[in-house]
Design a protein around this ligand. Sequence first.
Ligand code: PXP
Length: 247
Amino acid sequence: MNAPIYLGVNVDHVATVRQARGTTYPDPVHAALIAEQAGADGITMHLREDRRHIQDHDIERFAASTQTKLNFEMAATAEMQALALRIKPRDVCLVPEKREELTTEGGLDVSANLDRITELTTALSESGIRTSLFIDPDPHQIDATRQAGAPVIELHTGRYAEADDDSARAQELAALQHAATYAHDLGLIVNAGHGLHYHNVQPIAAIGCIHELNIGHGLIARALFAGIEVATRDMKRLMIDARAHHV
Ligand code: PXP
């Protein structure tokens, strides 16, 4: 039997709309609770250092009311570490962060930052928090993740999502398939995300050893027209169908 596949809904861009006007609406926590009811298996929020979308109070309010789990995405800074240890989300996903980027542009360089990432992973783990490292589909980064003691990776699907043509997309898909299998065989839990939407999610969901997909922009964009409930249900259905037909 095929392993199940889980959907983490990233609600950052609900907060983007709110922050554009400095209002109290739309509330990303409200969106997160509806997504949970519609079948999301978890909610991701990225508290960026510049607070451009999610705010500290969003993390606090959602952590206190989640029915599923919070995946707290953050940079490996002392400020974010202190916050994570106070809020105690189920999962922390460590990402690289540059102020000028539009969104997270590449995976973490785990081997180049091994000491800091190991120290942070250990501190989080001692507090009962599971650490995931957001990395490119590169076996060296997977080896470094294991060295750092993190039990989970999230494979960066951005290059696959942004591929210019079918041949480049097939090449990126093959790299993701290979990396997912390599990491899974080492005993890591393998998640994936970035740039996934209704038209490109199924080949990724069909990779049998991928555990969870974290999806934000495409799903929130669909929710503008369909509502967050339908957007969440439709995405989960596509993922489950792709996994069911995987051989
Ligand atoms: N996973 C990680 C680690 C991310 O940084 C992001 C973007 O915040 C996502 C998943 C979701 O990407 P998207 O918004 O393109 O679906």
